[in-house]
Design a protein around this ligand. Structure first.
Ligand code: FES
Length: 270
């Protein structure tokens, strides 16, 4: 069975899958949105954070909480490959096998990983540590071949680097990601972050104190009911404010982004 086929088979477990505590958390998540159905993805990640994947029973419970049908929830859950529809290992290794990565050795990396982890890894290794999957373009083609571990990216992962990476994870020393995201936690922890309950763990680098060994440190989770702050930026005292018709100088990136007219004009000119 290919990874793609496995993804489209929704498996099930007896319910309920959401604990009483997570049902309360779910209510807090729904309250963040103007309409309950907007909480669909965070709630599916909440199920994944509890079960380790998303069984059909989880979809039923999410549907009930936000007033959708199970079929509507399933239609969304089967679209997003980050939602896992079968039991998975603690670490999901996603190997991009699209053209840029394949041309630079992704297929060899994938085959090396399969050799090391066994065929069962395409679902879950017997020790429950790994799931190996092929992934479509991870949008980091200039860093090819790219691999994600629980959705945190590692660049230039050749077959030898893949072997090293698997050894490090097996040894309990998950390396720091290539760019900014720190060290990925296990799939349940990462799913909790994706549900909006906390922030990604960060690596502690050498010289940052006693834990200078790349061990992940959990960051405090924000309160679920916290409202985003949208305070207007205030001009500094004595600052010159452009008047109507006056050119304020070259437009910064943020201004261009916030001005659809300007963005459109730019595209037309190009
Ligand atoms: S082809 Fe692999 S990241 Fe785009």
């Amino acid at each position: 069975m290919t990874t793609l086929e496995a993804h489209h088979l929704v498996e099930d477990v007896p319910g309920p899958v959401l604990s009483e505590e997570n049902r309360r958390v779910a209510t807090g998540i729904v309250a963040r949105y103007p309409t309950a159905r907007s909480a669909l993805l965070p709630l599916l990640y909440l199920v994944q954070s509890e079960v380790g994947w998303v069984p059909r029973q989880g979809m039923r419970e999410v549907a009930e909480i936000i007033g959708l049908t199970t079929a509507e929830v399933e239609a969304v859950a089967t679209f997003y490959t980050m939602l896992k529809l079968h039991p998975c290992g603690k670490y999901v290794i996603s190997v991009c096998t699209n053209p840029s990565c394949s041309l630079l050795g992704a297929r060899e990396s994938y085959e090396r990983a399969k050799e090391l982890l066994g065929d069962a890894a395409e679902r879950m290794t017997p020790d429950g540590t790994f799931t190996l999957e092929e992934e479509e373009c991870l949008a980091a083609c200039d860093k090819a071949p790219v691999v994600a571990v629980n959705y945190v990216f590692y660049d230039g992962v050749t077959a030898d680097r893949m072997e090293e990476l698997i050894g490090q994870i097996r040894g309990g020393r998950v390396p720091e990601a290539a760019r900014g995201a720190g060290v990925p936690g296990d799939l349940k922890e990462v799913s909790k972050v994706l549900a909006g309950l906390g922030s990604a763990p960060v690596a502690v680098r050498e010289g940052d104190g006693d834990k200078g060994d790349g061990v992940a440190e959990e960051q405090p989770a924000p309160a679920p009911e916290e409202e985003p702050k949208t305070a207007e930026p205030q001009p500094e005292e004595g600052a010159h404010l452009p008047q109507e018709g006056e050119t304020g100088g070259p437009m910064g990136e943020s201004e261009a982004e916030s001005s659809p007219e300007a963005a459109e004009g730019g595209e037309t000119d190009g």
